[in-house]
Design a protein around this ligand. Structure first.
Ligand code: IMP
Ligand code: MG
Length: 182
């Protein structure tokens, strides 16, 4: 059966995503024009597609590394963030840009920012593809510096986002049929 049968509605189209990514990449390239050590820290697995597209739109010199975290079992938060694998390199003195797929409670991003700040980087900012409506993106410890889209508070899949490890490769961001995740 086709995966598209499980989709309630498309919230952000493929075209909207690519348009917004080039805007974000331009903004980031300008902001880091004078920094010669920009490091994108991509949070696996959800951010891998977003990271690939964002990075390829940057005109400023940068490198990419990955950190793997887990906090969710299907669609319910386990209430804790676990590190599955760490970065390969030291970030001391580097300008770090965390690249994350989605901010829901904000726990994952806050955990990441705190963790990376302890390692003496030159700076830590974040670029998030989507935030759920109602999330205070400037709230305590959060600080989303670059944001793609605000979406309704529903379970979304596609463009890297999964439900039970499926639907990640859909080219758009869509609401999953509530019957599947509730
Ligand atoms: P937070 O820690 O509650 O902000 O959740 C962030 C993490 O939960 C993200 O990195 C995603 O992996 C996952 N997540 C939260 N909401 C969704 C969703 O609607 N679809 C897919 N993954 C989600
Ligand atoms: Mg994630």
């Amino acid at each position: 059966m086709s995966v598209t049968n499980d989709i309630e509605r498309v919230l952000v189209s493929k075209e909207e995503i690519s348009g917004r990514i080039s805007e974000l990449a331009n903004e980031i390239s300008q902001d880091y024009a004078d920094a010669d050590s920009l490091l994108l820290v991509s949070i696996l697995r959800g951010a891998f597609i977003f990271t690939a597209d964002l990075a390829r739109n940057l005109t400023v010199k940068h490198s990419v590394d990955f950190i793997a975290l887990a906090s969710y079992q299907k669609s319910t938060s386990s209430g804790e963030v676990r590190m599955i694998s760490d970065l390969r390199q030291s970030i001391e003195g580097r300008h770090v840009l965390i690249v994350e797929d989605i901010v829901d409670s904000g726990m994952t991003l806050a955990y990441m920012s705190n963790l990376l700040r302890e390692r003496n980087p030159a700076s830590v900012k974040s670029c998030v593809m989507v935030a759920k409506e109602g999330v205070d993106i400037n709230g305590s410890g959060l600080g989303v510096d670059y944001l793609g889209f605000v979406i309704p508070d529903v379970w979304v899949v596609g463009y890297g986002l999964d439900y039970d490890d499926q639907y990640r490769t859909l080219p758009y961001i869509a609401e999953l049929k509530p019957g599947i995740y509730q």
